[in-house]
Design a protein around this ligand. Structure first.
Ligand code: PHE
Length: 431
């Protein structure tokens, strides 16, 4: 069977932006900026994105494009002994997806509750069995997307979602900036505290957030690259990264003015989206419309990210075993739902905990934080050191000098940065 293909270059770019733009941009980025020095954080963040994130994106795209296959078989093609490393990446992405779906389902639930003008209390909601219903519902939408294939599923949904998301975001930003007291929020968001740049914690937070937000190092871009014919990978990776950064920065212009106009705590972390903002919406006339739009936007962002994660194991199963997409999606998705159930149930009356920590929080830390960094390390080391540089540079182009700089970045700098981020996370010195 011929390999599936993106219908156009733009379709590929939109699907990759759909993968990158997720909950990480709209909700995580603003609170990390708030907690790490405001405007000064942008400098380490932009350096992380463009100096380390983009070269790693290009590496993944080049491997997928050249080998025309997904993570498992691609790693095997690089070297038989790397196959287990490829399987490890597929497993990590599946585990991340299993709990990312839980957050996706909360967001969907909140969008519907606001639409019905029935705001809920976060603890009451997560303590009930409603989250389970929404877990299946949002899972089903992700499943249907991936089952429909590269063009009809991933590409088509991103063509609708990305423009819609941008329109909602611009509307919410305009609304927030017009609130009384908005400027104070902007000042908090952007006022640079340059002294903080000497703090390694800020850099660790910037690297972690950049890799998470770009969806890089997970084999997603490798898989997406395998559906490409020839393409300018540098340009594509840059466009995706710029779009991702712009949407994250814009999201801050929506969140901080709103939070400040109500005198609430901007560094509420996880509670920012599910507790602080609903309080804001409750205090504004027609706030339920804003709440509905905000959570619908978050859901759209999460949906395309979740679908891109599901595509990684699905594509590997298709390429390894020759299954039809329908069969592969059903099998993989069934397994991921089973894996996600403990996270989905962890705040309910069942209180699924290990040593006093809810399983959801454990998944977030072990899979979403440590797993993500480890998988980035594996990708950069295997692809950076063991692929044939001749074909790699054939994919990437550029002058011999640029190629030397590039190789230095992917072989030494990126693994070193990822390793440092891993250590700082394990010892708890980065947010
Ligand atoms: N980039 C997505 C976001 O910002 C999350 C994600 C991480 C998606 C890893 C895929 C892989 O929410």
């Amino acid at each position: 069977m011929a390999r599936e293909r993106w219908s156009t270059g733009l379709g590929f770019i939109l699907a990759s932006i759909g993968s990158a733009v997720g909950i990480g941009n709209i909700w995580r980025f603003p609170y990390i900026v708030g907690a790490n020095g405001g405007g000064a954080f942008l400098l380490p963040y932009l350096i992380s994105v463009f100096l380390f994130g983009v070269p790693l994106m290009m590496l993944e795209l080049a491997v997928g494009r050249h080998l025309q296959t997904s993570v498992g078989p691609a790693f095997r093609a690089i070297g038989k002994r790397f196959f287990p490393a490829g399987v490890a990446i597929v497993a990590i992405v599946s585990l991340i997806l299993s709990y990312y779906l839980v957050v996706t389902s909360w967001v969907l639930a909140y969008a519907l509750f606001f639409a019905l003008q029935r705001p809920v209390d976060f603890d009451a909601f997560t303590g009930s069995f409603y989250p389970l219903v929404f877990f299946f519902l949002s899972g089903l939408i992700v499943y249907a997307t991936v089952r429909s294939g590269v063009r009809q599923g991933l590409e088509r949904i991103s063509r609708i979602v990305i423009p819609l998301l941008v329109v909602i975001l611009l509307f919410l930003v305009a609304f927030s900036l017009l609130r009384p007291g908005a400027l104070e929020g902007v000042a908090y968001y952007l006022a640079p505290d340059v002294s903080l740049l000497a703090d390694p914690m800020i850099w660790g937070a910037a690297f972690g957030q950049a890799f998470f937000s770009l969806s890089v190092g997970m084999g997603i871009l490798l898989t997406y690259g395998s559906y490409l014919e020839k393409a300018d990978l540098f340009r594509n990776a840059t466009v995706i990264a710029v779009a991702d950064v712009l949407i994250a920065i814009l999201a801050g212009f929506m969140i901080f003015p709103l939070v400040f106009s109500f005198g609430l705590d901007p560094a509420a972390g996880v509670n920012l989206a599910f507790v602080t903002l609903p309080t804001v919406f409750a205090g504004i006339p027609f706030g339920w419309v804003l709440g509905m739009l905000f959570f619908a936007m978050l859901f759209l962002a999460a949906l395309t990210s979740a679908a891109s994660m599901l595509e990684v194991p699905v594509a590997t199963v298709i390429d390894l075993y020759g299954y039809t997409r329908q069969k592969a999606t059903l099998l993989v998705f069934g397994a991921i739902v089973l894996l996600g159930l403990p996270s989905a149930l962890s705040y309910t009356g069942l209180r699924l905990e290990l040593f006093g920590t809810p399983l959801f929080d454990l998944s977030d830390y072990y899979f979403g934080t440590l797993g993500l960094i480890c998988s980035g390390l594996i990708v950069s080391i295997v692809a950076g050191w063991f692929v044939d540089t001749e074909w790699l540079f054939g994919e990437l182009g550029g002058s011999p000098r640029m190629q030397r700089v590039y190789l230095f970045l992917v072989r030494y700098c990126i693994p070193a940065v990822l390793f440092a981020t891993l250590i700082s996370q394990v010892f708890g010195i980065a947010a």
